[in-house]
Design a protein around this ligand. Structure first.
Ligand code: FES
Length: 181
């Protein structure tokens, strides 16, 4: 009698339906995990498919062949070149300009023509009052042949990264001017 009573007593104090709860939780987690895993299997390859052209374009389009090294003088000259751009599956061409010269130390310097004031295009020796300087027709910014800002513009002209290979100059991305101290 007392034994039975003890059993009843134990039964009463057991946490109710504990095993069931944990089995249900187990199933919930397992099924949830499986569907997340399956979704990942479908979505990840799609993402990679979409992103790949962009990654490839970055790697391939880093430098553009522009001009023979032998044509470059100490005097800046204007060169135009095309940059093929790939935005996903959409490709377009941008026409870019660089002012290229050989510095006194013999390095190739390729400057971007975009004025650092408000973005107009500068030209070399294009204002009689300021010979041998880059001049911006919009608000009169002036720069030296190395792109150093003399007036109006807050910063030196940006420059292209330059690569020389087999007698040709290749231009890459536009970066901040490192020639001007
Ligand atoms: S944009 Fe060149 S001076 Fe203003």
């Amino acid at each position: 009698m007392s034994h039975n009573h003890n059993e009843e007593h134990e039964e009463l104090h057991k946490p109710p339906r504990r095993k069931e709860m944990s089995r249900r939780q187990f199933l919930t987690y397992t099924l949830g995990g499986a569907s997340a895993y399956m979704a990942g299997g479908v979505i990840l390859p799609m993402l990679r498919f979409a992103v790949d052209p962009i990654l490839q374009d970055r790697a391939e389009g880093a430098f553009v062949k522009v001009v023979e090294v032998s044509k470059i003088t100490n005097e800046p000259q204007e060169f135009n070149f095309e940059l093929k751009q790939q935005d996903g599956w959409y490709s377009s061409k941008a026409l870019l300009t660089a002012w290229i010269r050989k510095t006194d130390s013999g390095e190739i310097l390729a400057l971007s023509p975009i004025c650092k004031h408000l973005g107009c295009l500068v030209g070399w020796n294009n204002n009689k009052n300021y010979p041998n300087e880059y001049h911006c027709p919009c608000h009169g910014a002036r720069y030296t042949s190395d792109g150093k800002n003399l007036t109006v513009a807050p910063k030196p002209l940006d420059m292209y990264t330059v690569k020389e290979e087999n007698g040709w100059i290749y231009l890459g991305e536009i970066v901040a001017n490192t020639v001007v101290k």
